[in-house]
Design a protein around this ligand. Structure first.
Ligand SMILES: NC(=O)c1ccc[n+]([C@@H]2O[C@H](COP(=O)([O-])OP(=O)(O)OC[C@H]3O[C@@H](n4cnc5c(N)ncnc54)[C@H](OP(=O)(O)O)[C@@H]3O)[C@@H](O)[C@H]2O)c1
Ligand SMILES: [Zn+2]
Length: 346
């Protein structure tokens, strides 16, 4: 059993190599063991490219190919069973005559969700499931939200003063330390989209790009229903794809990167935004404040994770930080800041 966990951990290590490159597909890793020897390894490297199982079989050296049917295939996620961008992995496993398959968790994509395993079982493949299942589910949590809730995985992010404020109206106040700032830029490199409220765009004039870490910058989103954000705002500089959620009247776009999108008002606003994001295959949304925007997500129950920097700054008065209840808390010290990450249950 311990050995199975060790092999599955190797699958997770491989899966992790696809981080930020495979979205909205899940990160998946796969290993072929013959006895105690690894004869193949693969992972899903890039969205649209071959799946982990295909790369794993392809990595087997010619002298070991005849032994594939006797080996045990470990995959961090249930093999797919439909022809999407690539052929079904369940068909490939049958074709390779693999007799033993071990997985961590099922793929919650409605077209799969146990069907991949059922097909393989009906072909006589012995299947072992639930190896480090909790960790396996954690690896595909973004995908699971994307396919079951049909919205992006939502991460709320904000900094709080020592006395519980998010900031002060019309004042650009920096609260976190430079290391936390760099970490936020790393997070920006890992998400598909980032959003702030209208007042934050006006007060802080943020660039919302990734300047302090490797990788790309996400799509920027800002509501501007009353057309308050000036053309000179950093968010309108046209350097990165940006959605301005402006009601009704169309504004001319000075750049092809700038897109004006009209969405319904009220409770339908966020679901309509999620539909647009899902249609654009964006599976993660980082919401960076301010309080009004964050509270609109919290009140509607639209969050999966919150990353809160508790800082040493004292403001004495200002805009109260959102109150978040529930979730499992993980705390990390980052110099003078305390980073609290809450994972919502269910
Ligand atoms: N500490 C931090 O981490 C942090 C982060 C960001 C900002 N801040 C600070 O927070 C302050 C701004 O916060 P704030 O609460 O005043 O404003 P905000 O959340 O940035 O913006 C609020 C405005 O955005 C629009 N909006 C927000 N949610 C919406 C929704 N669900 N649907 C449609 N429109 C929506 C509305 O604009 P309209 O009324 O025009 O329609 C609303 O009045 C600034 O001082 C800023 O510096 C702090
Ligand atoms: Zn597959």
């Amino acid at each position: 059993m311990e050995e199975d966990q060790l092999f599955m951990r190797r699958c997770f290590d491989l899966a992790r190599l696809g981080k930020g490159k495979v979205n909205p597909n899940p990160m998946v890793g796969s290993v072929l063991f013959l006895g105690h020897k690894v004869i193949g390894e693969g992972w899903h490297k890039q969205f649209g490219d071959s799946h982990a199982e295909v790369n794993c079989f392809n990595s087997v050296l010619s002298q070991n190919r005849a032994k594939v049917p006797e080996s045990n295939l470990f995959v961090s996620l249930e093999p797919c069973c439909f022809h999407g961008k690539t052929p079904a992995c369940s068909d490939l496993i049958i074709e390779k005559k693999v007799k033993n398959l071990s997985i961590s968790t099922t793929d919650k994509t409605p077209k799969v969700n146990g069907k991949g395993l059922a097909i393989l079982k009906s072909e006589g493949v012995r299947i072992q499931t639930n190896i480090l299942e909790e960790l396996g589910n954690w690896f595909v949590k973004v995908r699971t939200v994307f396919v079951t809730k049909k919205r992006p995985y939502i991460i709320l992010k904000y900094a709080v003063s020592n006395d519980g404020y998010l900031g002060q109206p019309n004042k650009n106040i920096w609260m976190t330390n430079p290391i936390s700032k760099r970490l936020v830029h790393k997070w920006r490199s890992e998400v598909g989209a980032i959003m702030v409220g209208t007042n934050t765009a006006l007060t802080d004039n943020p660039k919302l790009n990734n300047r302090y870490f490797y990788g790309s910058s996400p799509l920027r989103i800002v509501p501007d229903r009353q057309h308050k954000i000036p053309a000179s705002a950093a968010l309108k500089d046209g350097t990165i794809a940006t959605w301005i959620l402006a009601d009704g009247k169309k504004e001319s776009s000075p750049s092809k990167n700038l897109q004006y999108i009209s969405l319904p008002d009220g409770a339908a606003f966020l679901p309509a935004l999620f539909d647009r994001l899902v249609a654009t295959k964006i599976d993660t949304l980082l919401v960076e404040g301010g309080a009004t925007l964050l509270n609109s997500f919290i009140d509607a129950g639209y969050w999966d994770e919150a990353r809160i920097f508790e800082t040493a700054v004292v403001l004495e008065k200002g805009i109260p930080a959102p109150i978040l209840k529930g979730g499992n808390e993980v705390v990390e010290k980052i110099g003078s800041d305390r980073l609290v990450i809450r994972y919502r249950e269910g």
